[in-house]
Design a protein. Structure first.
Length: 88
């Protein structure tokens, strides 16, 4: 997997307030970003899990823990899926 390195500036006061090590902060930023992009339908479940550094099932369980639906369909998408299913 090819990766990109991004540099993000975070005020030291934020790190002190959170009382987190740099690596823990980075992991949480990746996880929170993955969840948000998944909720916005910008990343698939698999890609969101990859961004979070998790296996797909682990990410699915995390979504459940925080009360986010694993099946993230809009009403329109669900209707389209049901129509396709009914045509079979």
């Amino acid at each position: 997997m090819e990766v990109m390195t991004l540099n993000v500036e975070v005020p030291k006061g934020i790190m002190y307030a959170l009382n987190q090590e740099k690596n823990e902060f980075i992991s949480k930023m990746k996880l929170f970003t993955a969840v948000e992009y998944y909720k916005e339908h910008k990343l698939s479940l698999g890609k969101a899990a990859e961004l979070a550094g998790m296996e797909k099932t682990e990410f699915m369980f995390y979504l459940g823990e925080i009360g986010e639906p694993v099946i993230n369909y809009s009403i329109e998408e669900l209707d389209n899926e049901l129509e396709r299913f009914e045509k079979r």
